[in-house]
Design a protein around this ligand. Sequence first.
Ligand code: 1GP
Length: 241
Amino acid sequence: MNLIYSNIQVAVKNGEKLMAVLIDPDKFLIENTQQFVKKVNASVATHIFVGGSLVYNNATDILVSELKKHTTLPIVLFPGDVTQITKRADALLFLSLLSGRNSEYLIGKHVEAIPKLKNINLEVISTGYILIESGKKTAVEKVTNTAPMPRNHIQNIVDTAIAGQLLGMKLIYLEAGSGAKETLTQSIILQVKKELNIPLIVGGGIKSKEQLQNAYNAGADLVVIGTAFEEDELFFDELKK
Ligand code: 1GP
């Protein structure tokens, strides 16, 4: 039942680094699924995350079914909204936006999701989601109507992550935002990791192997990359197994 999360814990314990390819159903051509997933399968990716800030109809459901035909990698929902929950995925990041003070994204959407979650067998992973400023206004900021945390307020970022852990969250996701101009600094990742006892996810703006490695070196356990693959699938060639 808690296979996805316990596999992440085992990987962290063994010092293995994880990578998720993020697919936004809104920006992805369903006809491309097979050839795209072939590249994902040949890469070092360990997870596929599916989600976006704005996704219409049941695009998530359709995409996840299609992905399932071509990969055995775990498919984890990273939803921007309750409508993106589908039983076809393996797990759901139950994200609470800890960097903001919009109650809808701290607890409101979660309550709304319960009737849907009650009827399906989806692994739910409580995740503290922390948005950090990255040089431009990101979609998360606009959709949630919250401000990101200033990147130089490192102690505040660390305290927010620890608060999430003490609230019982299973993961912390440090987010610079999709297409971020600047990735998170190694110092932010390092300081958070130093204090945290739960796995750490990092994402936003990572477009090179070096940036990926920097995030790992600073302490990220799982790195999420989306835009770089959307813009240029040749990036997969640099990340072959
Ligand atoms: C966004 O952290 C993810 O939520 C990935 O960001 O699209 O910039 O890789 P990118």
